[in-house]
Design a binder for this molecule. Structure first.
Ligand SMILES: Nc1ncnc2c1ncn2[C@@H]1O[C@H](COP(=O)(O)OP(=O)(O)OP(=O)(O)O)[C@@H](O)[C@H]1O
Ligand SMILES: Nc1ccn([C@H]2C[C@H](O)[C@@H](COP(=O)(O)O)O2)c(=O)n1
Length: 555
């Protein structure tokens, strides 16, 4: 009989002492190096499931008998990095040679898979451990952290060329809800492991997650008087540490005093640096794991931080694009019963779906009024923060998002993390339009490939009354029509994991998949994209799907 899975600590760190972290993911992401380094940092033991599959391939090839997998064990010798597999007590040679070819395919054999899982569980026993390799998350479904490492195809190819990944490409375990998609990017194992260790400590309840909110402010005393108490209420109801930073960019009113009274850490800039400079100055003093950029006129709901943070749990490279609703003139309480005007991004997403990856340019919706990024990812992917050569209104936020996109950012549009925008005059004056066009020029001069942005000009031009959604279609190419044959609709009631159905549909050649989620969970967009990259799995809230019937984008 196979031994049962050993108990693992619950997320609060209660219960039995054994904790397991699993690391799965694509070949070429350096997962073995990360597993070994993370285990060393934590003082845990570690093992590689892939090494066992290689052992199975070698031994079965030599014995000609699949039953011999039952006699493969991890040995005690760990000097060369990890435990070495043995067969009937003897070390197995040639684990990285031709006899190990096709090792990954052994995982398709249920007997081999069960033997490998049993040996890994035996090896872990009652120890805290990092377990790396194919199916690690399935062997330990209650692990404190189940990681799926990811790196761009170019990066992975480079590792292969450099001989860092000598083996043939390995199969990948499908993603499931509850797995954390982790972008390795081009970052060192050392950097990666530092951040992973923080995550493990949060998962074990040894460390609280933290979030910083950065608010650039210029003559914002009245708005901040309304905004800060709501942020304080959201912070009080949140189980993470919250830091509120207001950057006073040379205001001529008592913005700084109001911010300090409201409990914010105030950074006062002597000379004005504009929106980008103010946000960058704020970023410098942040301490949170996640940074939210918020405008000084955005009223948030009590679960604002929890909603932002939730979406950073599923991937380290998520850009959470928080929604925005416009308050009517004179209304300062979003709960006063009036219907708030949705901003035009929601009208767009009704058509493209709430998976922003269905847009050709998802970064173009990442407005600085309410957006959050994992600080580690932000600092590595875009160490210079906002480009301060963008002056006046517009595009500095999309430009930062564009650079994050270049590092593989994933996108989650969250209506649950919305803010209500206090009314003020937003007329696109000729002066503001001229400033926006100057920023557009800077953008396109810096990033030639973004020149399609010029197609947005008519939508911003105050002398032309054109529909923004139509203009955006011209810029983005328009959504794939949803009425093509082969659209497979996956409806998700309650808390089910829809990813297996999505992956099956994609594997079986579905032309398009529409995921209709009654729970309206933005994290599904992030994971669906990670599970079926580039396939643009469409995501709709159940109510939207019904409201937009026959289906969004049809015709
Ligand atoms: N010169 C400036 N320097 C620093 N921060 C500024 C400056 N002007 C405005 N801000 C701040 O930048 C944020 C965005 O201001 P902006 O004027 O773009 O807001 P908005 O009018 O609400 O924009 P939108 O209508 O696009 O939402 C606010 O927090 C505001 O206080
Ligand atoms: N950070 C921002 C905010 C808004 N815009 C533009 C894009 C549209 O032209 C318009 C949308 O406004 P709304 O739907 O909120 O009324 O504002 C931008 O470019 N960058």
């Amino acid at each position: 009989m196979r031994p049962a899975e050993p108990p693992v600590a619950d997320r609060a760190g209660n219960g039995p002492p054994t904790s397991v972290v699993t690391i799965d993911g694509a070949a070429g992401t350096g997962r073995t190096a990360v597993a070994a380094a993370l285990a060393a940092r934590l003082g845990w033991r570690w093992c590689s499931i892939d090494e066992l599959y290689r052992a199975c391939a070698v031994v079965c090839r030599r014995t000609g008998d699949r039953a011999s997998v039952d006699d493969i064990r991890f040995g005690a010798d760990r000097t060369s990095g990890g435990p070495r597999p043995t067969y009937r007590g003897q070390r197995i040679d040639g684990l990285h040679g031709p006899d190990a070819a096709g090792a990954g395919s052994f995982a398709d054999d249920p007997r081999v898979r069960a033997a490998v899982a049993a040996e890994v569980r035996r090896f872990v026993g009652s120890h805290d451990a990092v377990v790396e390799g194919l199916g690690a998350g399935q062997v330990f479904p209650r692990a404190v952290l189940r990681l799926h490492l990811w790196a761009s195809p170019a990066r992975r190819a480079r590792r292969h060329r450099a001989g860092l990944e000598p083996d043939a490409p390995r199969p990948e375990t499908p993603l499931r809800l509850g797995t954390v998609a982790w972008n390795r990017g081009s970052w060192s194992s050392h950097d990666t492991v530092s951040r992973l260790r923080d995550r493990v400590n949060v998962a074990l309840g040894r460390r609280r997650r933290s979030v910083s909110v950065v608010i650039p402010a210029r003559c914002s005393r009245d708005a901040l008087g309304l905004v800060l108490p709501r942020l304080a209420a959201a912070a009080a109801g949140c189980d993470s540490e919250v830091q509120i930073v207001v950057v006073d960019d040379g205001s001529t009113d008592d913005t700084a005093a109001v911010a300090a009274t409201g409990g914010a850490r105030v950074v006062s800039l002597g000379a004005s640096r504009g929106r980008s400079g103010a946000r960058n100055a704020g970023l410098q003093v942040t301490t949170g794991d996640v940074v939210v950029f918020l405008d000084s006129d955005m009223l948030v709901e009590p679960d604002f931080f929890a909603e932002h943070l939730r979406l950073h749990e599923v991937a380290n490279d998520t850009v959470v694009v928080g929604g925005r609703r416009h308050l009517p003139p004179g209304v300062t309480d979003p709960a006063d019963g009036r219907v708030l005007r949705r901003d035009s991004r929601e009208a767009l997403l009704d058509v493209y779906s709430y998976n922003m990856a269905c847009l050709a340019h998802p970064w173009s919706l990442a407005y600085g009024c309410n957006v959050s990024v994992d600080r580690w990812f932000l600092e590595r992917a875009a160490p210079t923060g906002f480009d301060e050569s963008f002056v006046g209104w517009g595009l500095e936020d999309q430009e930062l998002a564009y650079r994050l996109a270049g590092h593989g950012a994933r996108w989650a549009y969250s209506r649950a993390a919305s803010g209500a925008h206090l009314h003020h005059d937003r007329t696109m004056t000729a002066e503001r339009f001229a400033g926006w066009k100057a920023n557009l020029r800077r953008f396109v001069d810096t990033h030639e490939e973004a020149s399609a942005l010029e197609r947005l000009v008519p939508g911003m031009d105050p002398s032309r009354a054109v529909d923004y959604v139509d203009v955006y279609r011209g810029f983005d190419g328009g959504p794939a029509t949803a009425d093509e044959a082969g659209l497979l609709v996956v409806r998700v009631p309650g808390s089910d994991d829809p990813l297996p159905a999505v992956q099956d549909a994609v594997a079986n050649g579905a032309g398009a998949v529409a995921l209709v989620d009654e729970g309206d969970r933005a994290e599904l967009a992030v994971l669906a994209e990670a599970a079926a990259p580039g396939r643009g799995v469409r995501l709709y809230g159940g109510a939207d799907w019904d409201r937009l019937s026959p289906h969004p984008g049809a015709g």
